[in-house]
Design a protein around this ligand. Structure first.
Ligand code: PNS
Length: 163
C-alpha cells in the first residue's frame, strides 16, 4: 500500500493545502496529514487540537485521508511507516530553498525517506496560512482562501488573536 505523509503546521489549513492533499490522495492509497510544530513560527493562531479539528472537517470527504499529530522530528515520525513518502506543495522558487534544505536534513536523519513536490495550482501560488491569519485579523473575507466549513471559526478566533 502506497502511503503519503503531508506534513505542515496548518495554522490554519488553506485551500492551497487542501488542493495538495486532494491530489496526493489520488496518487497514493493512503494520505496522512501530520500536524506538526514549526519552530520558526512563534505566534500560532490555533492550538494543535483546534488545527486537528479544522483539518478533519476539511478532509471529511476524502476517504483515504487521515489526520495525525507529532511533536518531534518529521523524519523520525516517517520511520513508523515503511516506504512512506513526504508530499509537499511547491508554490514558487521562494519555497524551493527552504524545502531543499528540509529534504536534505530529513534525509540525514532518515536516509530512506523520499520527498515529492507537487507544484501548487496556479490559483493558490499566492496563498499561505500567514496571509490567511493576517487577512482574518483585519476582518477580510476569506472566501476562496480557506475551506468554507472552517471560515467562521477562523474569523471568530481572529477577533481575539494578537499578532
Ligand atoms: O507548514 P509549514 O510550517 O511550512 O511546515 C513545516 C514543518 C512543520 C513540516 C516543519 O517545520 C517540520 O518538519 N517540523 C517538525 C520538526 C522537524 O522535523 N524539523 C525539520 C528538521 S530541523
Amino acid at each position: 500500500m502506497s502511503l503519503a505523509i503531508c506534513p505542515g503546521s496548518f495554522d490554519p489549513i488553506t485551500l492551497g493545502h487542501l488542493d495538495i492533499i486532494r491530489r496526493a490522495s489520488k496518487i497514493f492509497d493512503k494520505v496522512i496529514v501530520c500536524i506538526m510544530y514549526n519552530a520558526t513560527k512563534t505566534k500560532p493562531m490555533f492550538t494543535i487540537d483546534e488545527r486537528v479539528e479544522m483539518v478533519k472537517k476539511a478532509v471529511a470527504d476524502y476517504p483515504n485521508v487521515e489526520v495525525d499529530t507529532y511533536d518531534g522530528l518529521l523524519a523520525e515520525y516517517a520511520k513508523r511507516f515503511d516506504g512512506a513518502v513526504l508530499v509537499k506543495g511547491m508554490r514558487a522558487t521562494s519555497d524551493f530553498e527552504y524545502e531543499f534544505q528540509m529534504n536534505h536534513i530529513n534525509k540525514k536523519i532518515n536516509p530512506a525517506l523520499e520527498t515529492m513536490f507537487l507544484a501548487a495550482s496556479e490559483k493558490y501560488t499566492f496563498l499561505s496560512s500567514s496571509v490567511v491569519r493576517e487577512m482574518a485579523s483585519y476582518g477580510a473575507d476569506l472566501t476562496g482562501f480557506v475551506p468554507p466549513e472552517i471560515m467562521a471559526e477562523i474569523n471568530e478566533k481572529a477577533k481575539l488573536w494578537k499578532k
